[in-house]
Design a protein. Structure first.
Lengths: 152, 548
C-alpha cells in the first residue's frame, strides 16, 4: 500500500506528530487569542476571515474600501504566526513556505513583510494607516483597532 | 453489358470451378477476409473508444499534477504562473489548446503551434479550480482542448497494426491451404486422371496407386477404379463369349430348323402361319402352287378338311396356355393308303403358337393292325360278340379291379336251334345266331360283356346288378324276344331260350366259379322244361322262376 506516501496523508501524520509535541503547550496556546489589527484611521470596522486571508496570502493588497493594504507577518519561528495561518488557511508553516516559493519566480507578489515580534507589528500598524497585522490579543493596545478575532 | 456476365462465368468456369486449389483457397480466404474485416472494424471501434478513454484519463491526470499550482495562479490571478502551467500542458501532443480562467478574466490561453487546432478539437476537458485555502471557493477553471484527430490517429495506427497482422495471418493460412490442397489432393488426382486417360482396356493394365496416397481416400479411389476396370473387362470378355456361343447356338438351331424331319412352324392366335421349315411343306403335301404366304395364309386354309377342328384347337391353346396335339388323316391323290400326320401346338407367347408336324402314318398303320389282331383273338367273327377268350379276359379284368365285382352272369342256351340248323342249313343257323346276338346287344347296356363262347351258347355279364329280381326281369325280356318268330327270307322260324343266372358272391369268388354256377342254373332251367329262368344264389339250390 502506498497510502502512507500520499501527500495528504503524510500531512495528516505530520500534523498529528506536531500536535503530540505541542500538547503540553496547548493550554498556553489556547489561552491566547489571535486578533487581526488595523490602524483606526483607515476606517475599517470589521474584516471577514476571507478578506483577511486574501490580504495576507497576496490575492488582494487592498481593503474592501479600496485603500491599499500592507500585511505584516510575524517572524517565521513565531507560534502565533503558525497558529494564525493554521486557523485561517489551514496551512502549516511548511505549506506556506512552498506557497510563497512558487510565487517568487513570477515576481508579481511577495510574501508579507515580517517583523520580529508583536510589539513591532503593533507599532507599525499604529503608525501606518495601511498596515494590517495579527497578534496575541493580550498584546493589543488602544492605538490599533481589532478588525477580526481569529477563532478555530 | 451482356458479355460481361458471360465473360465472368467463363472465367469462373476456367479458374475457379476448374481448380480445387483455387476453389478451396477462395472458400477459406473469402470468409477469412470477411471475418477479418469485421473483426478489424470491431477492434478499431473499441480501440478508438478505449484510446479516447485512456487519453481522457491521461489528461485528467495531467490536470491533477498541475492543479495545486493552478489553484494558486487562479487564486492570485497570476497570468505568468498560469502561462507557465499552460505551457506545460500544451507540450502534450494530444492537447491542442489550453485556457485558464479566473472568474471572467482569462489568465492564460495557448494554442498548440503544430496542431493549430481549435477547429480540430472535438473534446473539451474542463476542471474547476478551487481556492488553495478554501476547498469550497471556486476561483477558476482550466479548459483543455483535446486534439481528437491525434487520438483517432493513434487508435487508427493501433488497429491498423492488428488488422495488418490479421491479414498476414489469413494470407499465410490461405497460401498454406492452397499448397496443401495442391500437394495432397490436386496433384495426385491429376496424375491418376492422366494415367486413366492413357490406359487401354483388356490389356491387363491397371492404375498405379500413388505411394504416398496408398492409405488415404485417393488410394482407395484408385483401388476402386482398378476393381471397376477389372470387373468391366470380365464383363466384356463374358459378353464376347456369350455372343459367340449365341451365334453358334443360333446357327445350330437354324440348321436344325432347316434340316429337321419334323415340320416346324409358328402361328399367331388366328392361325396365320408366320414361318415354317421345308419339312412342314413336305409333310403337309403342299404343292408348289399352294405354298403358304407368310402372314396371310392360315393353317386352316392349308388343311381345309380340319379347318373347324384346328380353329377350336388354336383358340383352346391360346386361352388355356396348354399344349394340344391332334392326329390328322390326309387323303392323297393317287394313293389308296391314307397318310397320317400328328400336329402339336405349343403356346409360346400371348398371341404366338409354335407347332410341330410329324409323319405318323406308319405308327397309325401299325396301331390299326394291332387293334385288328387283338379283336380277332377275342371276338366271335360270326356275331361280332366276344368269344370265350374275350369273355374270360373281360371277367378277369373285372375281378382284377375288384375282389368281388357286382356282376350278374346270364348263361343263355337256345332251344330248338339244332332243329333249325338241320332243317334250313348252316347259313340260316348263322343268321339266327346273328339275330339273337342283336337281341342280346339291345338288352344289355354299355359296359356289359356279351359273348358267344361257342355253338348256340351265349353269356351276358351284367355289370352293377346285384338285385335278383332285376336280373330275372332282363332274362325274361330276352327269352320273350328270342321266342318271337325269326324271318329267314322265305320262311320264318321260332326258337326259345333257357337262362341260368348267378351272382358274384361278395365274400369272395372267381370267374370260373360264378360261370360254373350260372351253367348249373341254366341246366336246371333246361330240365325244368325250356323257356325258363333259374337263379343260383350263393351255394343254395337254384330257385324256380316263373316261365314267360
Amino acid at each position: 500500500m502506498s497510502a502512507v506516501s500520499s501527500p495528504s496523508q503524510r500531512r495528516i501524520v505530520r500534523q498529528l506528530l506536531f500536535a503530540l509535541v505541542m500538547l503540553p503547550l496547548m493550554s498556553a496556546v489556547r489561552a491566547q487569542t489571535i486578533v487581526v489589527i488595523v490602524n483606526p484611521t483607515i476606517g475599517v470596522q470589521h474584516l471577514s476571515r476571507r478578506e483577511v486571508t486574501d490580504i495576507f496570502l497576496g490575492r488582494y493588497r487592498s481593503f474592501p474600501s479600496g485603500a491599499s493594504a500592507l500585511p505584516i507577518d510575524l517572524d517565521v519561528s513565531s507560534a502565533v504566526r503558525r497558529q494564525f495561518y493554521l486557523l485561517l488557511a489551514h496551512k502549516d508553516s511548511g505549506d506556506m513556505g512552498s506557497y510563497w516559493a512558487r510565487l517568487t519566480f513570477s515576481g508579481r507578489i511577495s510574501p508579507p513583510f515580517a517583523v520580529a515580534d508583536a510589539r513591532m507589528a503593533i507599532d507599525i500598524v499604529a503608525n501606518n494607516p495601511n498596515a494590517i497585522a495579527y497578534v496575541d490579543r493580550a498584546a493589543v493596545d488602544e492605538r490599533v483597532r481589532i478588525a477580526l478575532e481569529v477563532t478555530p | 453489358m451482356k458479355s460481361l456476365p458471360n465473360r465472368l462465368t467463363q472465367w469462373l468456369d476456367a479458374r475457379v470451378r476448374g481448380s480445387i486449389v483455387t476453389r478451396t483457397t477462395l472458400a477459406i480466404l473469402v470468409p477469412a477476409v470477411i471475418l477479418g474485416l469485421t473483426f478489424a472494424s470491431i477492434v478499431s471501434v473499441s480501440v478508438e473508444r478505449s484510446e479516447q478513454q485512456r487519453a481522457e484519463i491521461r489528461l485528467q491526470q495531467l490536470l491533477s499534477t498541475v492543479e495545486r499550482t493552478a489553484q494558486i495562479a487562479c487564486y492570485l490571478k497570476d497570468g505568468k504562473l498560469a502561462d507557465e502551467i499552460a505551457h506545460g500542458l500544451i507540450s502534450n501532443r494530444s492537447v491542442s489548446g489550453v485556457t485558464i480562467t479566473s472568474g471572467t478574466a482569462t489568465l492564460s490561453h495557448m494554442d498548440n503551434p503544430v496542431i493549430h487546432g481549435a477547429e480540430r478539437a472535438s473534446l473539451v476537458i474542463e476542471r474547476p479550480i478551487n481556492s488553495p485555502f478554501d476547498p469550497h471557493d471556486v476561483v477558476g477553471k482550466i479548459s483543455l482542448l483535446v486534439d481528437h484527430a491525434a487520438i483517432h490517429a493513434e487508435a487508427a495506427s493501433d488497429s491498423r497494426a492488428s488488422t495488418l497482422a490479421l491479414c498476414l495471418e489469413v494470407g499465410l493460412v490461405a497460401a498454406a491451404v492452397a499448397i496443401a490442397v495442391y500437394l495432397f489432393s490436386t496433384r495426385p488426382i491429376k496424375a491418376v486422371s492422366n494415367e486413366l486417360h492413357r490406359i487401354r482396356f483388356e490389356t491387363g493394365a491397371r492404375l498405379n496407386v500413388p505411394a504416398r496416397n496408398r492409405l488415404d481416400e485417393i488410394g482407395t479411389l484408385v483401388t476402386d477404379v482398378n476393381a471397376l476396370i477389372a470387373s468391366r473387362e470380365d464383363v466384356l470378355t463374358t459378353e464376347r463369349q456369350l455372343r459367340m456361343e449365341h451365334e453358334v447356338g443360333e446357327r445350330k438351331l437354324r440348321l436344325i430348323f432347316e434340316k429337321s424331319e419334323s415340320g416346324l412352324f409358328v402361328l399367331d392366335d388366328r392361325g396365320i402361319v408366320e414361318s415354317w421349315n421345308p419339312a412342314f411343306v413336305r409333310l403337309l403335301r403342299l404343292s408348289p402352287a399352294h405354298l403358304p404366304q407368310s402372314g396371310t395364309t392360315s393353317l386352316q386354309q392349308l388343311l381345309p378338311s380340319y379347318a373347324t377342328h384346328l380353329g377350336q384347337l388354336i383358340r383352346q391353346c391360346v386361352t388355356t396356355g396348354q399344349s394340344y396335339d391332334l392326329d390328322l388323316e390326309l387323303s392323297i391323290q393317287g394313293s389308296t393308303r391314307p397318310a397320317w400326320i400328328g400336329v402339336a401346338l405349343n403356346p409360346i407367347g400371348p398371341t404366338t403358337l409354335q407347332g410341330v408336324v410329324n409323319d405318323i402314318t406308319e405308327r397309325k398303320q401299325s396301331e390299326l393292325s394291332a387293334k385288328e389282331l387283338a379283336n380277332l383273338a377275342t371276338q366271335d367273327t360270326l356275331t361280332g360278340l366276344l368269344n370265350r377268350l374275350g369273355l374270360n379276359k373281360g371277367l378277369s379284368a373285372a375281378f382284377s379291379r375288384e375282389a368281388a365285382p357286382e356282376l350278374a352272369i346270364l348263361q343263355i342256351d337256345l332251344d330248338f336251334f339244332k332243329e333249325v340248323n338241320d332243317a334250313y342249313g348252316h347259313q340260316s343257323g348263322d343268321r339266327v345266331l346273328g339275330h339273337v346276338a342283336r337281341i342280346l346287344e339291345r338288352n344289355a347296356r354299355r359296359g356289359d360283356l356279351i359273348a358267344r363262347p361257342g355253338g348256340d351258347e351265349f353269356v351276358i355279364a351284367l355289370v352293377g346288378i346285384a338285385d335278383p329280381f332285376k336280373a330275372e326281369q332282363i332274362a325274361k325280356t330276352i327269352i320273350a324276344e328270342i321266342q318271337e318268330p325269326i324271318d329267314l327270307g322265305a320262311d320264318s322260324v321260332r326258337i326259345g331260350a333257357s337262362i341260368g343266372i348267378a351272382f358274384v358272391l361278395p365274400e369272395g369268388d372267381s370267374p370260373e366259379a360264378v360261370q360254373h354256377r350260372a351253367d348249373a342254373a341254366m341246366y336246371c332251367a333246361k330240365r325244368a322244361g325250356r323257356g325258363q329262368v333259374r337263379l343260383m344264389q350263393a351255394s343254395a339250390p337254384p330257385r324256380t322262376g316263373a316261365a314267360a
